[in-house]
Design a protein around this ligand. Structure first.
Ligand code: C5P
Ligand code: MG
Length: 286
C-alpha cells in the first residue's frame, strides 16, 4: 500500500496489522492525528559518512564552552554508560539506576562549566548535529496540515530547540518536553529545571503533562517515532488513544537488538538515516 515500506531498511513483525492501523488512521483524517517523536538519533542522524553524529548533550560536550578537563570526564561517562544503554543483555531494572547516574553526573559537570545562554547558538552552529534527510518535508508537512508534533527528549531542550530553529523548522505546531537549563540573572547555567527526563522515565514525564494531552484529546491517533525502547512509552499520556503506530530507528548493535525491537515497534528502520518512511506514511494517512 505504501511502496516505501518495501525499502531494504524496513522490517515489520506484523505487516497486516500495520496495514490495518494505517487504513484506520487514513480514514479518520489529519484532524485526529498527533505525532510524538524522540529527538536524538530519531530526528537527528546517528551517523554521517561513517562518523557518529552528536546527541544534544554531545553538542555541548564537544563544544568550546567546555574545558578540556571536563571534556575528558564527559567522554569517560559516555564510554562507560552508552554501552550499558544499548546492552540488550541487561534488563531495564538493572539499567535504570545507571542511566540516572549518567544523566546526573553529566548535568553536574555541565553546570560547573558556567555555560552562558548567549553561546548556545554558536555551539550548535559549530557542531556536527544533523537532522535526518527529509526532515524539512516532515516538519513542513505537519505544519501545513496543522498536525501537532511533540518532541519528547531526554536530551537538552535548549540545545535541541536551537538545532530545529537553525534548520528553519521550529514551526508553531512543534512543542518540546525535555530537560531545560536554568540560567541565573546574568545568563549563566546554574542548574537544570524540573524533574530529570532520562531514557526510562518518559512514561512519568508524559503523565506530568496532562494539560498538553487534554488539549489534544480529539487527536486520538498517534504516530510515534523513537530509537530507544524507552521511547515506546511516550504516548502514555495521550487521552482516548485509539491507534498508535510505533516506528523505531535501530541504529546501533543491530543484530543483537533486532528481535526486541521487532517485538515492540510496529515498523523498524535499520541503519536508515532518512525520514523517508515516516514521510511516506504521513503522506498516505493525511
Ligand atoms: O532525545 P533523546 O531522548 O533520544 O536523548 C537521549 C539520548 O541522549 C540517549 O540515547 C543518550 O545516548 C544520550 N545522552 C548523551 N549524553 C548524556 C546523557 C544521554 O549523549 N550525558
Ligand atoms: Mg533517542
Amino acid at each position: 500500500m505504501i511502496p516505501m515500506l518495501s525499502k531494504n531498511s524496513v522490517s515489520m513483525r506484523d505487516p497486516k496489522r500495520v496495514e490495518q492501523i494505517l487504513t484506520s488512521m487514513r480514514n479518520a483524517g489529519p484532524s485526529t492525528l498527533q505525532v510524538i517523536s524522540d529527538f536524538d538519533m530519531t530526528l537527528t542522524r546517528f551517523a554521517h559518512n561513517g562518523k557518529r553524529c552528536p546527541t544534544s548533550h554531545n553538542i555541548l560536550d564537544n563544544s568550546k564552552l567546555i574545558s578540556e578537563d571536563c571534556k575528558a570526564k564527559l567522554k569517560n561517562l559516555l564510554d562507560t554508560y552508552y554501552p550499558i544503554e544499548i546492552d540488550s543483555t541487561r534488563s531495564v531494572e538493572e539499567k535504570l539506576p545507571l542511566m540516572v547516574e549518567w544523566w546526573t553526573k553529566a548535568h553536574e559537570l555541565l553546570v560547573q562549566q558556567k555555560i552562558s545562554k548567549d553561546h548556545l547558538a554558536l555551539a550548535v552552529r559549530e557542531s556536527e548535529a544533523m537532522l535526518r534527510d527529509g526532515y524539512q518535508q516532515f516538519f513542513d508537512h505537519l505544519h501545513q496540515i496543522s498536525v501537532p508534533l511533540l518532541i519528547f527528549s531526554a536530551g537538552i531542550g535548549d540545545v535541541l530547540e536551537e538545532v530545529i530553529r537553525q534548520a528553519g523548522v521550529f514551526h508553531p505546531n512543534v512543542k518540546v518536553f525535555s530537560n531545560y537549563m536554568d540560567f541565573d540573572e546574568s545568563g549563566v547555567l546554574q542548574a537544570f529545571k524540573g524533574e530529570l527526563i532520562h531514557i526510562y522515565n518518559k512514561r512519568e514525564g508524559a503523565l506530568l503533562n496532562t494539560e498538553h494531552f487534554k488539549e489534544l484529546q480529539s487527536r486520538y491517533n498517534v504516530l510515534l517515532l523513537g530509537d530507544s525502547l524507552g521511547d515506546l512509552n511516550m504516548a502514555d499520556g495521550v487521552m482516548n488513544l485509539q491507534n498508535v503506530l510505533k516506528i523505531g530507528y535501530l541504529n546501533d548493535k543491530v543484530d543483537e537488538r533486532r528481535e526486541s525491537y521487532l517485538k515492540s515497534y510496529d515498523i523498524i528502520l535499520e541503519k536508515d538515516e532518512t525520514m523517508d518512511v515516516p514521510n511516506a506514511i504521513l503522506f498516505y494517512i493525511t
